[in-house]
Design a protein around this ligand. Structure first.
Ligand code: ADP
Ligand code: ASP
Ligand code: MG
Length: 474
C-alpha cells in the first residue's frame, strides 16, 4: 500500500468546525492509506512560546497562568467533539500536560542554561495535544487511527529551536513505527514540528515546521503525494493579506515553490520542498475549508506560463549590509573571509550581490548584528540598513524572457530599489526596498503582472468574501 501524507495546519484544527472538516477530509480518503500530520491548534504555539519567555523573566506563576486559556480551549473543543467518556479521558491528558508544562516553566527559572531545551519541551505540547485529540476524534468517527509520538520518528541533531533531522535515522524510525500501522490499515496521526535527539531530548524544527515533518514522512514512506491542507486554496499569486484578489497558481515546479517559500510565501515552510524533490513526490496545497477546490500541485514538471511570472512573494523585517573595501579589488580570499564572519555568528545570508569593491547582502535574523558589524569592520567600511523588505518575482519562464526587469522597475519607478539579483536558476528576480512601501509595491506589481483593474479588484473582493462565507458554512 503506497501511503499519502495529509498535513493539517493550525487553522485547520483551530476550532470544533475545523476538526470536523479534517475528520470529513480524512474519512473520505481512508482508501488512500493516509498518514496524518497535524499542527498545534492555531495560536497555541505562540502562547506556549510566550509562556517560556515569561518564565525566563523569573515570573513562573505568571507563565503558568498564561497557559490556562489554551488548556481550557482544548478541553472545550474536546467536550464538543467527543463522547462524554472520550472527553473525560482527554481532560486527564490536558491536566497532565498542565502539570508537566508547569514543572518545565519552573525549571526555566532555575536552569537558564537549559532554556532552549526546556522551551522545546514546552512547545511540543501544542502538537502532542492536537494529535491526541484528532486521533481520538477519528476513532469515535469509526476511522481506524492511532496517535504516534513524532519524537519516535523524527530524530534530529540537538540544535534546539531549529533542529535538523538526521535523515537515515529518521527514515528508519519512521518506517519501523509507521509501516506496521499502514499495513494494518490504521491511520497514524502525528504532531508536526516536534522531534527528538538520539538521546531522547525533545527538539523542534523551527516555526511553521509541521510542513517539513509532513515532507520528511512522505520521503521516508515513499508516499504517492504530500498534501498540505491549510486555510487558503493553494499557493496564490501573492500574499492574500496584501493582495486580496490573488489567485491560485495551478502548478509550480519544485524550484518555483522553493523560491516562493524561501522569500516569504508562508503557506509552505521553506524546507518542505527538499525531501519531496529527493523522493520525487508531488506536493499539493489544498484548502481544508473548501476541500473540493483543486489547489496547487508542485512537482518536477516545468511549465512556463504565457504570463511568465507565476507569483510574487515578499518578506519584511530584513536587514541589508554593505561592505566596501579597496582590498577586495583583484584579491582572492576576501569573500571567504567575509562569509566566515557570518558562519562564526551562525547567521544565514539570503541575497548577495557584489561589485568590484563592495558586497551587499541581506539577513533575516539580525540578532548577532553588532558582533557581525564589529568583525566586518576589520575587512572594510560597513553600512547597515534595517527595516527593509525583499520582493521576489518567480516563474520558470523568467529564464530568457526579456523585459521582466524593465516591467518591474517601471511599475515601481518611484520606489528606491537595492540588492537586485536574479537567482542562479534564473527563475526568480529579487530585490530589496524599504519596508514601509512593500504593500504598495506588491499590489502594484500584482496588478502589472496579473492584470487586475481597480474595478475588477473591488468586484472580486466581494466575490471572495462571499465564497468564504459559503465555504465555511457549507
Ligand atoms: P497553516 O497554519 O495551515 O500552516 P500558515 O498560516 O502557515 O497556515 O500559511 C497559510 C497562510 O500563508 C495563508 O493564510 C496566507 O495568509 C499566507 N500566505 C502568504 N503568502 C501566500 C501565498 N503566496 N499563497 C498562499 N498563502 C500565502
Ligand atoms: N505549531 C508550529 C508553529 O506554529 C508548527 C506549525 O504549525 O507548522 O510554528
Ligand atoms: Mg504553516
Amino acid at each position: 500500500m503506497i501511503p499519502i501524507v495529509l498535513k493539517f495546519g493550525g487553522t485547520s484544527v483551530g476550532d470544533v468546525q475545523a476538526f470536523e472538516n479534517v475528520a470529513d477530509i480524512v474519512g473520505a480518503r481512508v482508501d488512500l492509506a493516509p498518514v496524518v500530520v497535524v499542527s498545534a491548534m492555531s495560536k497555541v504555539t505562540d502562547a506556549l512560546l510566550a509562556s517560556t519567555k515569561i518564565a525566563a523573566e523569573a515570573k513562573p506563576r505568571e507563565a503558568i497562568d498564561s497557559l490556562d486559556s489554551i488548556f481550557k480551549r482544548h478541553k472545550q473543543t474536546a467536550n464538543k467533539l467527543l463522547t462524554a467518556a472520550g472527553a473525560t479521558r482527554y481532560a486527564t491528558v490536558i491536566d497532565e500536560a498542565k502539570s508537566a508544562t508547569s514543572t518545565l516553566l519552573r525549571r526555566i527559572v532555575v536552569e537558564p542554561a537549559n532554556y532552549r531545551a526546556l522551551q522545546d519541551s514546552v512547545l511540543a505540547f501544542g502538537e502532542t495535544l492536537s494529535s491526541i485529540l484528532l486521533a481520538q476524534l477519528f476513532i469515535e468517527r469509526g476511522i481506524s487511527a492511532k496517535q504516534v509520538d513524532a519524537r519516535r520518528c523524527v530524530i534530529t541533531n540537538d540544535e534546539h529551536g531549529c533542529a535538523a533531522p538526521l535523515m537515515t535515522e529518521t527514515f528508519a524510525a519512521t518506517q519501523s513505527n509507521l509501516l506496521p500501522l499502514i499495513e494494518a490499515e490504521v491511520i497514524p496521526v502525528l504532531g508536526g514540528f516536534v522531534g527528538s535527539t538520539s538521546t531522547g531530548e525533545t527538539t523542534t524544527l523551527g516555526r511553521g515546521g509541521s510542513d517539513y515533518t509532513a515532507a520528511i514522512m512522505g520521503a521516508a514512506l515513499n508516499a504517492r503525494e504530500i498534501q498540505i491542507w491549510t486555510d487558503v486554496t493553494g499557493v496564490l499569486t501573492a500574499d492574500p493579506r496584501v493582495v486580496p484578489t490573488a489567485q491560485t497558481v495551478e502548478r509550480l515546479s519544485y524550484a518555483e515553490a522553493a523560491e516562493l517559500a524561501y522569500f516569504g510565501a508562508k503557506v509552505l515552510h521553506p524546507k518542505t520542498i527538499q525531501p519531496a524533490i529527493e523522493g520525487s513526490i508531488p506536493v499539493r496545497i489544498c484548502n481544508s475549508r473548501a476541500p473540493d477546490e483543486a489547489g496547487t500541485l508542485v512537482c518536477a514538471q516545468i511549465e512556463s506560463t504565457p504570463r511568465t511570472v507565476k507569483a510574487i512573494a515578499h518578506k519584511t523585517g530584513v536587514t541589508t549590509v554593505q561592505i566596501s573595501s579597496a582590498r577586495m579589488l583583484g584579491a582572492y580570499g576576501f569573500l571567504r573571509a567575509l562569509f566566515e564572519v557570518f558562519e562564526k555568528h551562525r547567521t544565514v545570508v539570503d541575497v548577495v550581490t557584489t561589485s568590484e569593491v563592495s558586497v551587499s547582502l541581506s539577513l533575516d535574523d539580525a540578532a548577532a548584528l553588532p558582533e557581525i558589524v564589529a568583525d566586518l569592520e576589520k575587512l572594510g567600511t560597513v553600512g547597515v540598513e534595517k527595516g527593509r523588505a525583499i520582493i521576489c518575482v518567480v516563474g520558470e519562464g523568467l529564464r530568457g524572457t526579456p523585459g521582466i526587469a524593465a516591467r518591474v522597475f517601471s511599475t515601481i519607478s518611484d520606489i528606491n530599489v537595492s540588492l537586485i539579483s536574479q537567482g542562479a536558476s534564473s527563475i526568480n528576480f529579487t530585490f530589496a526596498i524599504e519596508e514601509e512601501r512593500v504593500k504598495e509595491a506588491v499590489t502594484r506589481l500584482h496588478e502589472a503582472f496579473f492584470g487586475e483593474s481597480k474595478v475588477q479588484r473591488s468586484e472580486s473582493k466581494v466575490q471572495s468574501s462571499k465564497s468564504k462565507v459559503q465555504s465555511t458554512t457549507a
